[in-house]
Design a protein around this ligand. Structure first.
Ligand SMILES: Nc1ncnc2c1ncn2[C@@H]1O[C@H](COP(=O)(O)OP(=O)(O)OP(=O)(O)O)[C@@H](O)[C@H]1O
Length: 637
């Protein structure tokens, strides 16, 4: 018998399973039954696509799962007649090699046992959950089409044994020796029935419960009078304990909300009810059923490049794949559920799926359906706020990924703005509706910090003109996506740091006059600040602040490209801003009349640095800034 060491991360995980994660232990049954069902799914598919496998199976092979328990032995056994595992599979799947999700699972643990147990399923570390209740586990497995069976055993500490063994037919038997304190709870008919009913009722294969029961003979009245003793016999039971129907094939009207929710939990490993359930049967050119769910909380791997897709593809109830990222567009990667097509050939290869016309049509209609259901949800402001809190980012990605549905997605987006407060958000439709008759564009400002953005001097002119400005504080994504939106219902999106200020009551002549009056000080400031600014000019966009910085309009495209390069990890220098000064402000007026060159120099730098600080930008030389401030303060006192 060969001893193998678990990889460090698996070891860590097992330690957590045995020592820390105590709440919701019952989910180990859900996880093992779900693995058994997946194993049967896989064999079902191979039977259709691989002649050798078909020949190796008995003609009447049909997938089934068996659970048995033995109170005296304090054990539970879960077995399936699915694909099975050979030696390599056992090592790779439940042995030395931790899957990509394991490390992030450990990193994501919060220490809160309840929350942490919910993470178990999400990270594909389901099998190990058995060690929450087991002292020792044996996995006896034989892969379909192969001769040799193997036995894997572990007590959940640092190592496991692996050795050849005998097993008649393909599939996997998991023997669980329960910890003493768990035996009473889980080696129990009612408890198992209850857990399977709760999580695995609509697994597409029958689950049988096998157990022995002592039966006392029913005596007739006569026998009782005659003092006959009732005989006791032990009878073996083999009872189906789940519905074993694919839930999505049932008519909508027949299904209750709880049934939908339970099914969701069984396919998603989530312990919460879903936020939204969308069940559609399409008949016509293409015949198919889809059952989609939107989780209440975004899946943990939503922002990982190697996220696990949440939609499974079936053809006429036969599972085809759960690893196809193209079934829905990437921006809808948080959706869970199934697509079951009547028209695809059963032996469709996974390779040709991507170019398949039928599937492309199903995908297109599914996206439309999901977006329209989200739109319906948006009518309920409170519920929709929860949706937005979880999914605004992927939705924003949709704006540039999905050109066909761009308008529909834009309608679903929500933004903070200068006219919303207390975390409330506005839609683009509401923004347009609330605008005055002169306005023809959607104004926005982007940054990292909401508070800084709300206090930006650049907003002063917009406030004065009662123009709403969208506050985009998710810079990483907003800076890439928003400039690419173009327009919403003919209203162009405009970045207020790079566009002309809104109209103020000032004629061209007045403007020229002001420029003339401040010409020489503008030149002087330009001279003092050198390459730290692209330009210096007087502005009419400010009222309370002496100065502000804006981007060079012509440079907007360049700035966006630089931002994309930065998002890809390149270091890119920020281009110098334009400094605008407020001719109505006392500081600027006094500076214009100031004869002292050194004061002009200090104030010029302070005007630039404080404008940068107000926009949340870094200043190049904080020490020099402090020194200048001291000098000016000293003069003022
Ligand atoms: N009964 C089984 N028959 C065949 N293979 C199995 C069985 N149980 C587990 N496996 C294999 O072990 C792997 C690991 O199982 P585990 O439950 O830890 O994660 P998973 O099932 O891949 O992920 P998730 O729990 O998210 O579905 C499975 O992917 C599968 O390859």
């Amino acid at each position: 018998m060969a001893k193998h060491q678990f990889q460090t991360e698996v070891g860590q995980l097992l330690h957590l399973m045995t020592h820390s994660l105590y709440s919701n232990k019952e989910i180990f049954i859900r996880e093992l039954v779900s693995n058994a069902s997946d194993a049967i799914d896989k064999l079902n598919y191979l039977k259709l696509t691989d002649e050798n496998i078909k020949a190796a199976l008995p003609g009447d092979w049909a997938g089934q799962i068996n659970i048995s328990f033995d109170e005296a032995d304090k054990s539970l056994t879960i077995s399936d007649n699915g694909i099975g595992m050979n030696e390599e599979d056992l090592i790779a799947s439940i042995g030395t090699i931790a899957k990509s999700g394991t490390k992030s699972f450990i990193d994501n643990l919060t220490g809160d046992a309840k929350k942490d147990s919910n993470l178990i399923g999400q990270f594909g570390v389901g099998f190990y959950s058995v060690f929450m209740v087991a002292n020792k586990v044996d996995v006896i497995s034989k892969k379909a089409g192969e001769e040799q069976a193997y036995k894997w055993s572990s007590d959940g500490t640092g190592e496991f044994d692996l050795a050849p063994c005998t097993k008649e037919s393909n599939g996997t038997v998991i023997y669980i020796k329960l910890k003493d304190e768990e035996a009473e709870e889980f080696a129990s008919k009612y408890r198992i029935q209850n857990i399977v009913g709760k999580y695995s009722n609509h697994i597409a294969y029958p689950i049988y419960l096998n157990y022995s029961e002592e039966v006392t003979e029913e005596l007739s009245e006569e026998d009782k009078k005659a003092g006959k003793e009732a005989k006791k016999t032990v009878e073996k039971r083999h009872e189906k304990i789940n519905e074993a129907t694919a839930l999505w094939t049932q008519p909508k009207a027949k299904l209750k909300k709880e049934e939908y929710n339970d099914f969701y939990k069984s396919i998603s490993h989530d312990s919460q009810d879903p936020m939204l359930t969308i069940h559609t049967k399409a008949e016509g050119v293409n015949e198919y059923t889809t059952l989609f769910y939107i989780p209440k909380t975004a899946p943990m791997d939503m922002y990982r490049a190697d996220y696990q897709p949440g939609v499974k593809l079936y053809v006429k109830r036969v599972f085809i794949t759960d690893d196809e990222k193209e079934l829905l567009p990437t921006y809808l990667r948080f959706v869970r559920g199934i697509i079951d097509s009547e028209d695809l050939p059963l032996n469709v290869s996974r390779e040709i799926l991507q170019e398949n016309r039928i599937l492309a049509n199903i995908k297109q209609s599914s996206v439309k359906k999901i977006l329209s259901e989200i739109k319906k949800l948006s009518k309920d402001e409170e519920k929709y706020a929860e949706f937005i809190a979880q999914y605004i980012r992927p939705l924003k990605e949709g704006v540039y990924q999905d050109f066909t549905n761009k308008e529909a997605i834009l309608d679903l987006l929500r933004y903070k703005s200068t006219k919303t407060e207390d975390g409330k958000m506005t839609s683009l439709a509401a923004y347009k509706e609330g605008a005055n008759s002169e306005q023809k564009a959607i104004y926005y400002i982007i940054g990292e910090n909401e508070k800084v953005l709300r206090n930006s001097p650049l907003l002063e002119a917009y406030k004065k003109n009662d123009i709403e400005v969208l506050i985009l504080d998710d810079k990483e994504i907003d800076e890439i996506i928003t400039p690419n939106i173009g327009a919403y219902k003919e209203w162009e999106f405009k970045d207020i740091t790079a566009c002309e200020a809104p109209k103020v009551e000032q004629s061209e002549d007045e403007k020229k006059e002001v420029e003339e009056k401040f010409k020489s000080i503008v030149e002087k400031i330009k001279d003092k600040l050198g390459e730290s600014v692209t330009d210096v000019r007087v502005t009419n966009r400010l009222s309370d602040s002496p100065s502000c910085v804006v981007k060079d309009v012509g440079d907007a495209q360049m700035a966006q490209m630089m931002q994309m390069m930065r998002a890809m990890g390149q270091t890119m220098p920020e281009s110098a801003p334009i400094l605008e000064i407020n001719p109505e402000h006392e500081i600027v007026k006094k500076l214009n009349a100031c004869p002292d060159e050194s004061t002009i120099e200090d104030v010029s730098w302070i005007l630039l640095d404080q404008a940068k600080l107000s926009e949340g930008m870094d200043i190049t030389d904080a020490v020099a800034f402090a020194q200048r401030l001291s000098r000016i303060t000293n003069k003022a006192l």
